[in-house]
Design a binder for this molecule. Structure first.
Ligand code: FMN
Length: 438
């Protein structure tokens, strides 16, 4: 029997490329050309999408200062706006999906619906929106709020926000543009309708002044951790950014959101849950293991990882002893699900061990270390245990250089393709169709 295929995405952002490593070259200019090369390499390897995560503040979470983030250009800052980059990537590729993170805190719904409709056209149906509500007080303060609203309220507002967007995208009927030369009519005005939305939090008259997007609406991506977040993802998402700690927790997460989707009347197969992983690749297994060991023993790496986790969770990890377990279960109004994955509460592990386990992120769904053949087998095994739907590949602390990408696109992916586990060509034109192809 042919093996069950899975999907691949790449998780990155519009930060500088790795600027001070042995295989990096000083940080590229901010003209997007580095990211164009990356997207083209990923397209060569037939990735479903490249996702550009985003945040809206300069963090001071670690030690109460922005020093560590700015000093090291630590994946959080500087961070340019991913939406214009998506337009550049769209013009330089023709198959890969381009997913951009935009916060419901930052954009009025009309503007977001219009912007995403525009990029969906520029990319001919390959645009995705990673829906986030933002999770930091500092981001909220950049937008005129005193602090971040509580999680439940953020999600309640986000549901209503989605409702406005759906109506705006639908405000142009599929057959509104008729381009009738004989009758001299571009668009049939009777098929372009006001929405007159008046909710508890948002109000928008509509119609959108952009033509209906090629996908009808952008592909929707989300990363829900809490029960409210999972319900949100189950209701709206075409693909979910997920992390687990080991295959049992990955399976539990996927089963849970699929059940929630079914309860809401959706076909769970229409939601592709992609798990974040950061493979460590070498020419041999020993070389890869040595690389992983070197990384996790480096005190700078450990401190920078903690700073990153602080920024994501709004918790100052500089205040805790690396060689002790955390003093209690930590909670946040920010990314609680991510924090729970990281803190592995009840495991008795020291903070140092937790950071090593997280392998340069907030958690590693499954550790992947070895030569391409070995890692391909590890991924196949994980997918068999989890049930599907694929992986979002990233790099430790999202530091990225060309070599890291090539190891995956020209080493790991061909090994997966030889096993029949991932696509060898794009079967459809739009991102939503490619995601649903298997
Ligand atoms: C892997 C991953 C990536 C995320 N990327 C972003 C991001 O780019 N920007 C952002 O504001 N939030 C991001 N989030 C946060 C989510 O949008 C969400 O707030 C978080 O998962 C907490 O969900 P919860 O409130 O349901 O626990 C990410 C979460 C995860 C797990």
């Amino acid at each position: 029997m042919a093996p069950k295929m899975f999907h691949l995405g790449w998780f990155t952002n519009f930060t500088t490329d790795e600027w001070n490593g042995p295989f990096s070259n000083g940080g590229s200019p901010w003209n997007g050309k580095f990211h164009v090369e990356i997207a083209q390499a990923l397209e060569r390897a037939c990735f479903d999408y490249i996702l550009l995560e985003d945040k809206l503040a300069v963090s001071e979470a670690y030690g109460g200062t922005s020093e560590i983030y700015l000093k090291h250009a630590l994946g959080m800052v500087p961070k340019h706006d991913p939406a214009p980059l998506a337009a550049v990537l769209a013009a330089s590729t023709s198959h890969i999906g381009i997913v951009v993170t935009m916060s419901t805190l930052g954009y009025p719904p009309f503007m977001l619906a219009r912007l995403s409709s525009t990029i969906d056209h520029l990319s001919e149906g390959r645009f995705g929106w990673n829906i986030v509500t933002s999770a930091e007080n500092s981001a909220a303060q950049n937008f005129g709020l005193d602090k971040l609203p509580p999680r439940e309220l953020r999600y309640e507002m986000a549901h209503e926000y989605m409702e406005v967007c759906y109506r705006l995208w639908d405000s142009w009927g599929p057959d509104a543009v008729i381009l009738d030369r004989e009758r001299n009519v571009y668009a049939d005005y009777t098929k372009v309708k006001a929405v007159n939305f008046e909710g508890k939090y948002f109000k928008s008259r509509g119609p959108l002044n952009t033509v209906r997007p090629p996908q009808g609406r952008p592909t929707l991506v989300q990363a829900g951790g809490s029960p409210a977040g999972r319900d949100f993802a189950a209701r709206h998402a075409d693909s979910i950014v997920a992390i687990g700690v080991g295959t049992a927790s990955m399976k539990a997460y996927r089963d849970d959101v699929r059940a929630r989707a079914e309860k809401q009347g959706r076909n769970p197969d229409d939601i592709k849950v992609l798990f974040l992983v950061s493979p460590v690749l070498g020419e041999t297994d020993e070389e890869a293991q040595a690389k992983a060991a070197r990384m996790s023993a480096d005190p700078n790496f450990l401190e920078q990882c903690l700073a990153l986790i602080s920024a994501i969770t709004d918790i100052d990890f500089a205040a805790y002893d690396l060689d002790q377990p955390l003093p209690g279960r930590l909670t946040t109004n920010g990314e609680q699900g991510s924090l729970d994955n990281f803190q592995q509460w009840g495991s008795g592990k020291t903070l140092r061990q937790l950071v090593v386990d997280a392998s340069g992120g907030i958690a590693a769904s499954v550790p992947l270390v070895g030569c391409p053949e070995t890692v391909a087998d590890q991924m196949a095994q994980a997918m068999e245990e989890v049930g599907g739907d694929g992986f979002l590949i990233t790099t430790p602390m999202q530091a990225i250089n060309r070599r890291m990408v090539i190891e995956v696109t020209d080493g790991l992916v061909p090994a997966l393709q030889r096993r029949g586990l991932v696509r060898t060509s794009y079967s459809h034109k739009t991102l939503s169709e490619n995601l649903r192809a298997f």
